[in-house]
Write a protein that binds this ligand. Structure first.
Ligand code: SF4
Length: 209
């Protein structure tokens, strides 16, 4: 990462972490993907059960592979024959892994979902939720974070899954109600009632989309 961008990311991450702490959530800053993986593995004790909701960022730092290779019970929803059973198991794991579609400078997390398995597990169920967030996803406020989620993250996800939505053709949100829409549920996480449940690793890199 460019030195000037790194300097800016370090400064901004301090503010984001303060914002998270004010919301009863814990934040960490990783200088690169390797450090992010180390912080994540320090947080997840061996023997823990874990799963995720399809987050590219979690794979990009090597965390999925490390959990599959290590002494952990990783529930791989994509490989499961019974996907519904695998999704239901997610509500009782030790760690649910995710990224965000966007996040504010003062620590509010924004996630959009079609099936809602991801946002529902973030909201309730898993003992802990660990977010891996590239600094490219930090936005000024809730309004700009929501715009990012709908105009950047959602169109790319719609394209990724080959969905027939207006945004997969235009690259920007058209506020559709198409049967394929992935914008069914919007989760704004502004506070965690349970201390030590939500952990966010901010990474000095562009992760996910
Ligand atoms: S509302 Fe429709 S057009 Fe807008 S981002 Fe969601 S799926 Fe795409």
């Amino acid at each position: 990462m460019n030195k000037m961008i790194t300097q800016r990311n370090e400064l901004l991450a301090k503010e984001v972490i303060k914002g998270l702490e004010s919301r009863n959530m814990k934040g960490y800053y990783a200088a690169d993907r390797e450090e992010a993986l180390k912080i994540a593995l320090d947080l997840i004790p061996e023997g823990s059960s874990a799963t995720m909701g399809g987050a590219v960022s979690v794979r990009e730092i090597g965390l999925v592979q490390a959990l599959m290779d290590g002494n952990y019970e990783f529930i791989d929803r994509d490989a499961a024959e019974d996907k519904r059973a695998a999704m239901l198991k997610a509500y009782d794991v030790d760690f649910f892994l995710s990224s965000v579609n966007a996040m504010t400078e003062d620590g509010v997390l924004i996630n959009i979902d079609g099936n809602a398995n991801r946002v529902s597990a973030i909201a309730h169920g898993p003992k802990k939720v660990l977010f891996i967030v590239g600094m490219n996803k930090i936005c000024k406020d809730v309004d700009s974070a929501m715009k990012r989620a709908r105009n950047v993250a959602a169109p790319i996800n719609a394209q990724r899954f080959g969905l027939q939505t207006p945004c997969s053709k235009t690259g920007s949100c058209m506020n559709c109600k198409s049967p394929d829409t992935i914008c069914c549920q919007f989760l704004i996480t502004r506070y965690s009632r349970h201390a030590d449940r939500i952990h966010v690793i901010l990474v000095n890199d562009n992760l996910g989309f």
